[in-house]
Ligand binder design. Structure first.
Ligand code: NDP
Length: 449
């Protein structure tokens, strides 16, 4: 390991997810740093891996029984070289500084790739919305915002949703912010229609992911039409990825949640997808209920003792991991290759472990890293900010056209950067390099701050 990486790891002990994300980027940008003495002199990589600010706070709220609950709240303001901090809020019991720092670090490059002026940030809480009443979620969101509101602003830091934070939570947090600050600004994105939200924002990450895959296949004169696809997750990203896959003639056959996965050999049709959307978004049910309803499907519960996820061993052409980090290990990667998968595009952030990525690339799988292929969500959040600033709102078609263009732009800049540095066709290297160079140049220009 290089002494630079070692010093970063030593400064952030025990933060395994953060180390993983930093190492993955460093391995591909090391060449660029070595070629550019100004980056070394200004210690750009060392500065990029240290948050500009990390806010940690207590969130106290009262549950339905009248008991006081205490949670941890965070905001990581990672890098503001090219614009206000931007990145989602995650509510999940696993949330800790390591996970948020890895996500905020990834966000720097992702946001740069979109071509929009957004810095990198991420935040959240170890609060678990699962099983909580609407009233409890609202009181938690209000308590969380009572502190977060002191650190964000529409020209300073604009959070959005992520795991466990959807339209409902954004609504409660926006309401709380507006009441406390006494002003109506676009301080959060992912807002609802009619109160500052952009059309296509809910769809954007999943749609953008599939547009990205479409561009990758077009490079090889191929298309998604008729392709069998493995999708993990059943939340926002997975739902709209499946929707767009269906529109483009592909056949999604799996979906999952934290309890297990369903396999529907006949394909998840749009009627079946409607069932998933209602189940997950309104009833807040479990994916196993899909197999109770549709006899063509089977549910497989998670086996925590297994060293692999059998879902990734199902025969298919493409894979779209859309649940969470580190859901594909090396064994899963080998199974994907053996099952015939030729393209893997990440909807989630860092769903593929580092050694699994190496395995996929070695086998010639067309691999797209999340920081490029899932950037459609934050890009459309950027478009929501533009609409909020101007007060003029675009039609579905206008936003969708811009999203398509942005995804094509990201795709092309990944390929171009990979070519420039002798790693032609490697989207992983291309995404890291293109994002890094843009932010590094801005940091050099702004001096030692
Ligand atoms: P949702 O909360 O809407 O859905 C998350 C899905 O993943 C659910 O099906 C959930 O199952 C499953 N999941 C979550 N944690 C785990 C776990 N530890 N093990 C197994 N399954 C799990 O989140 P999103 O769809 O918004 O986010 C999914 C991924 O996409 C995340 O990595 C996120 O960072 C990334 N992403 C999201 C963007 C967005 O715009 N929303 C933008 C870019 C990236 P269960 O219901 O059981 O918890």
């Amino acid at each position: 390991m290089s002494s630079l990486l070692k010093s970063i790891f030593d400064r952030n002990p025990g933060e395994s997810e953060f180390h993983q994300a930093v190492e993955e980027v460093y391995e591909t940008v090391e060449k660029v740093i070595k070629k550019n003495p100004q980056y070394q002199k200004a210690k750009i990589f060392e500065r990029m891996t240290e948050p500009e600010r990390l806010i940690s706070f207590r969130v106290t709220w009262v549950d339905d029984k009248g008991d006081v609950q205490v949670n941890k709240g965070y905001r990581v303001q990672m890098n503001s070289a090219i614009g206000p901090y931007k990145g989602g809020l995650r509510f999940h019991p696993s949330v800790n500084p390591s996970i948020l720092k890895f996500l905020a670090f990834e966000q720097i490059f992702k946001n740069a790739l979109t071509g929009l002026p957004m810095g990198g940030g991420k935040g959240g809480s170890d609060f678990n919305p699962k099983g909580k009443s609407d009233g409890e979620v609202m009181r938690f969101c209000q308590a969380f915002m009572s502190e977060l509101s002191k650190h964000i602003g529409h020209r300073l830091d604009v959070p959005a949703g992520d795991i466990g934070v959807g339209g409902r939570e954004i609504g409660y947090m926006f309401g709380a912010y507006k009441k406390m600050q006494n002003e109506f600004t676009g301080v959060l994105t992912g807002k609802g229609q009619g109160w500052g939200g952009s059309l296509i924002r809910p769809e954007a990450t999943g749609y953008g992911l599939v547009y990205f895959a479409q561009n990758m296949l077009a490079e090889q004169n191929d298309s998604l039409n008729g392709k069998t696809c493995l999708v993990s997750g059943s939340g926002n990203v997975a739902q709209f990825a499946m929707k767009k896959l269906l529109i483009l003639g592909a056949k999604p056959v799996t979906a999952s949640d934290s309890s297990g996965y369903i396999y529907d050999e006949d394909g998840i049709s749009s009627e079946k997808l409607d069932f998933i959307m209602e189940l997950k978004n309104e009833k807040r049910g479990r994916i196993s209920e899909y197999a109770d309803k549709f006899k063509s499907a089977k549910f497989f519960a998670n086996d925590t003792k297994s060293d692999h996820n059998p879902m990734w061993a199902i025969k298919a052409d493409c894979a779209f991991p859309c649940a969470t980090q580190n859901e594909i290990n090396i064994k899963d990667a080998k199974n994907l290759i053996a099952g015939g998968v030729k393209l893997l595009a990440e909807g989630a952030n860092m769903p593929t472990m580092s050694d699994a990525i190496v395995e996929l690339l070695k086998a010639g799988v067309n691999y797209a890293p999340g920081k490029a292929s899932n950037a459609g969500g934050v890009a459309t959040s950027g478009l929501e900010m533009v609409q909020n600033y101007s007060g003029i709102y675009w039609t579905r078609e206008e936003v969708d056209t811009r999203l398509r263009e942005i995804m094509k732009g990201i795709h092309d800049s990944c390929l171009q950067a990979s070519k420039e540095y002798g790693m032609d066709g490697n989207y992983q290297a291309g995404a890291n390099i293109a994002g890094f160079v843009k932010v590094a140049n801005a940091m050099v220009a702004q001096g030692i701050i």
